[in-house]
Ligand binder design. Structure first.
Ligand code: TYC
Length: 102
């Protein structure tokens, strides 16, 4: 937007509203080896899900192959993926966690 003044100067209005940031889904992928209880613990401890919510998400991943743990900004999503991956490897599980732009 521009604003013409009577001395001929033109001021550019500052953009005051920012675009919402891109959002990223954090996804868990199914595998045949990670114990169900471990996936539930990941969802409770790293995604603040209740036992019931965590169990539902885990079962969805188990049955359908993939499920959403949450939707976050880029930095938070990347941190969650890194935390899940580190926690899984510390416990010798092959659990895969990835992110995808929404
Ligand atoms: N399929 C695994 C099992 O039968 C459980 C599982 C669920 C693994 C979700 C990964 O993201 C996952 N033990």
């Amino acid at each position: 937007m521009t604003d013409q003044h009577n001395d001929g100067t033109v001021l550019e209005a500052q953009q005051t509203r920012l675009k919402p940031p891109p959002m990223f889904k954090v996804l868990l992928l199914n595998d045949d080896f990670t114990p169900m209880e471990f996936v539930v613990a990941v969802l409770e401890q790293l995604f603040a899900k209740s036992r019931e919510q965590a169990t539902q998400i885990m079962l969805k991943v188990h049955l359908e192959g993939v499920g959403v743990c949450g939707v976050y900004t880029l930095d938070v999503a990347q941190t969650k993926v890194d935390q899940v991956t580190a926690f899984a490897r510390e416990n010798q599980h092959p659990l895969q966690c990835v992110m995808e732009e929404q």
